[in-house]
Design a protein around this ligand. Structure first.
Ligand code: AMP
Ligand code: GLY
Length: 429
């Protein structure tokens, strides 16, 4: 099975990740029309934005039928966890339209930490030791905390808008947190809590494309999560990213392939989990040994803004391989250059922030790619509409060269309350 000669694509989502996907899809000679739902001001220059909610499957169905869509690409996790893949597969009218992403069962690798940990242990994938607790065995949870040494890692089982992981230094605080979580601190998402061993090391994000049988490892990336320079302050969605990551040499990546990627793909097969999409493996390099921190069932943001630009081959060919089970025979050509992205956010983010400020400097002449994240249009102006506003990506022969190009481009961009980290990539230089 293949796509027709020219392909109509519907891309779901509205962030920097989706602008990067849209930018790449728009470069494919195989593209007929690209629609982005709902998109942002940046995706408008790659295709047509459509006001639709990515989790309103009935509306999406009408749209794909009336616009002869041949492929649906899902950016964020929400529609996947809510079962968009199965919704299409179970409906005779749209079952032939491939959705890039896992089935609802596969999406539990991100949607339930307990499910993901069980999967890892069952398939011998290295990860932190853990136990899962509910209200019914909270006392055992306290005992388990006493058996571990500090720091203590507690995770709400379900999706908690990126806030469900809490790391604490004292057993007393950890016990209090366990009690708070099980009493509904994160609603239903924390009715189960995973407590696990703390892993120390350097984090890296590894991305894998799979058709459920074979896989391709995409470029890896390092993400900068904290709001403040020197990795201080609150956690954010991500303030920047770099790819490739210098410590991920051939030897380390071979360990990742053998001990993590292959057993993950084999595990999906053994457990009959339908998965045609991207797997984002958050892992810790613990003295040269990779251990999985978490799975996500989508690409990362802002990692996509460095991973996708490094892919030289056609992305619709890649999607075709994923969708129709022919990934193994597809060529994946990767640029040797370093890509870095620096995220510009709104003042106050990740706490409260204001929106609606006009952004200047988007039409400057630059070598960088200015991906939009939280932007929208108001008349002729592009205005801020989110916490993360732009992701400015540049290439270079080194991390330093790439980030410096992004900083230069950002100097010529202005909006009220612009903030970005000036130390992105500096730890890798
Ligand atoms: P997220 O799940 O992305 O909200 O963030 C979880 C973050 O917590 C990870 O990116 C790690 O930095 C950290 N983390 C999660 N699990 C562990 C662990 N077992 N040991 C150390 N750090 C962890
Ligand atoms: N950058 C981390 C994420 O996308 O979850």
């Amino acid at each position: 099975m293949k796509f027709p000669k020219s392909v109509n694509v519907l891309l779901l989502g509205s962030g920097g990740r989706e602008n990067a996907f849209a930018w790449k899809i728009a470069q494919s000679e195989r593209l007929a029309k690209l629609f982005i739902a709902p998109g942002n001001a940046g995706t408008k220059s790659c295709g047509t934005n459509v006001e639709m909610n990515p989790t309103d499957f009935a509306i999406l169905k009408q749209f794909v039928i009336s616009n002869n869509i041949n492929l649906v690409v899902v950016g964020p996790e929400d529609p996947l966890v809510k079962g968009i893949y199965d919704y299409f597969m179970d409906d005779n009218d749209i079952m032939n339209i491939p959705v890039i992403g896992p089935s609802a069962l596969g999406a539990k690798l991100e949607g339930s930490k307990d499910f993901a940990k069980n999967f890892m242990i069952k398939h011998g994938i290295p990860t932190a030791q853990y136990k899962t607790f509910t209200k019914d065995n909270i006392e055992e949870g306290y005992t388990f905390i006493d058996s571990l040494s500090a720091p203590y890692v507690l995770k709400a089982d379900g999706l908690a808008a990126g806030k469900g992981v809490v790391i604490l230094d004292s057993a007393q605080e950890a016990k209090q947190e366990l009690s708070d979580m099980l009493s509904g601190k994160f609603g239903a998402a924390s009715s189960k809590v995973v407590i696990e061993e703390y892993l120390s090391g350097i984090e890296v994000s590894v991305f894998v494309a799979t058709d459920g049988k074979s896989y391709k490892i995409l470029p890896e990336a390092k993400d900068y999560k904290r709001i403040g320079e020197g990795d201080t302050g609150l956690n954010t969605g991500g303030m920047g990213a770099v790819s490739p990551v210098p410590f991920c040499d051939e030897e380390f990546m071979e360990k990742v392939r053998k001990s993590i990627v292959e057993p993950t793909i084999e595990g999906l097969k053994t457990d009959e989990i339908t998965y045609k999409g991207f797997i984002f493996i958050g892992l810790m390099n613990c003295d040269g040994e990779p251990k999985v921190i978490e799975y996500n069932v989508r690409m990362g943001d802002p990692e996509t803004e460095v991973v996708i630009p490094r892919i030289k081959s056609d992305i619709i060919d890649l999607f075709e391989g994923i969708a129709f089970g022919s990934l193994k025979s597809r060529e994946l050509e990767i640029s040797e250059e370093t890509a870095a992205t620096v995220v510009c956010v709104s003042e106050g983010y990740p706490g409260d922030y204001r929106k609606g400020f006009a952004i200047e400097g988007l039409d400057q002449e630059t070598d960088s790619i200015i991906f939009h994240a939280g932007t929208t249009t108001e008349g002729k102006n592009v205005i801020t509409s989110g916490g993360r506003v732009l992701a400015v990506t540049s290439f270079g022969k080194s991390v330093g060269e790439a980030v410096n190009k992004s900083f230069k481009t950002i100097d010529n961009i202005d909006y009220k309350g612009k903030y970005y980290r000036k130390d992105i990539g500096k730890d890798l230089i």
